[in-house]
Design a protein around this ligand. Structure first.
Ligand code: PLP
Length: 342
């Protein structure tokens, strides 16, 4: 089976591949040109999607629409694209699941960038976003403003019954699914507070403050800055280092050595191997993700991060070799990989 999606999140892709299905990326091509400024770089390419749906009739159990699109840089998906994607899938009898970790940030971008939504509340926008889809999976650690937890919601009765069956042995009873009462209370409050425009705006503006600092230092990143993080374009920074030596993972380590700042590689290590050929997948972006937790840092911290990155950037020509993987798991290798510095 194949599951199309706009750059599936890594564990989503890992789950699909662990079930011997194929995750096919149908993100718009603009997402792979980091210096291009377009407002909805997380969008689905309807052309790519239709091709997958046509060529795999009967073999597409669902489509995954990730809002915001984390893997290509926390980039939003427009309301028009959500609607057209769902319509197209439904035309082929394929249901759509929204991977909703950052749905409120996505609504913020619709409100601030898409014509016709400027006077709607985030709550109204979210309601419309989900009205086109069949289900949602939510990692509540992000836009739910909690430490842990999540949920599944669907208006497909048979999916509900199916999820119900697995929920009890794997998570806990249906009403709590592994979460305790206190955590569910916190989630209810978190969702409510995060739907306040000022709350989301403050958070996103902090990310954009960091972007402005990187602009000042000339450090390339996925433009325009997305919602939850800055994605530094490591391929354009460590130009001496070939893909095979993992530029973004190398830059991540250099930043840690420089100032103890823990970024995360969203690049060639995370892209993992092709499940059939077992070759490294070098086709996507090679990013260092500077992910900013909500309500944790001040803009002074952003200054420190930017200065640390500038120090590494200024000595980039002295970094001539990257890393070699010395041990990797067969699936979702990036979580536990071991490396050697070359
Ligand atoms: C878009 C997206 N989906 C799913 C997940 C998985 O969330 P969890 O770690 O709660 O399983 C994440 C986590 O970072 C994510 O960013």
């Amino acid at each position: 089976m194949v599951v199309p999606g706009n750059a599936h999140f890594d564990t989503t892709k890992g789950h699909i591949e662990s079930r011997k299905a194929f995750a096919i990326d149908v993100t718009v091509p603009e997402a792979y040109d980091t210096q291009l400024e377009v407002p909805f770089k997380g969008n689905v390419s309807l052309e790519k999607l239709e091709k997958v749906l046509k060529e795999n009739k009967g073999n597409v159990p669902f489509m995954v629409l990730t809002v915001t699109n984390n893997t290509v840089g926390g980039q939003p998906v427009s309301m028009q694209n959500i609607r057209e994607t769902c319509e197209l899938c439904h035309k082929y009898g394929v249901p759509v699941n929204v991977d909703s970790a950052r749905f409120i940030e996505n609504a913020y971008f619709i409100k601030t960038r898409e014509k016709g939504y400027e006077n709607k509340t985030l709550r109204e926008i979210c309601k419309e976003m989900f009205s086109y889809a069949d289900s949602m999976t939510m990692s509540a650690k992000k836009d739910g403003l909690v430490n842990m937890g999540g949920f599944i919601a669907t208006n497909k009765q048979e999916w509900y019954e199916g999820a119900k069956m697995f929920c009890i042995p794997f998570e806990g009873f249906l009403t709590y699914g592994g979460m305790n009462g206190r955590d569910m209370d916190a989630l209810a409050v978190g969702l409510k507070e995060n739907l306040e425009f000022e709350m989301v705006e403050t958070r996103i503006k902090q990310v954009h403050y960091l972007a402005a600092k990187l602009d000042e230092y000339g450090i390339p990143y996925q433009r325009p800055a997305g919602g939850h993080a800055i994605f530094v374009d490591a391929d354009k920074v460590l130009t001496n280092i070939p893909k095979e030596e993992f530029p973004a993972q190398t830059l991540t380590c250099e930043l840690y050595l420089e100032a103890g700042i823990r970024a995360c590689e969203i690049g060639y290590v995370l892209a993992d191997r092709d499940p059939v050929t077992r070759e490294n997948r070098f086709g996507g972006n090679d990013f260092v993700r500077l992910c900013i937790p909500r309500r944790v840092y001040t803009n002074n911290h952003m200054d420190v991060i930017a200065a640390a990155l500038k120090n590494v950037y200024d000595r980039r020509d002295t970094i001539k070799r990257g890393l070699e993987i010395t041990w990797e798991a067969e699936l979702m290798r990036h979580f536990t990989c071991q490396f050697r510095r070359l």
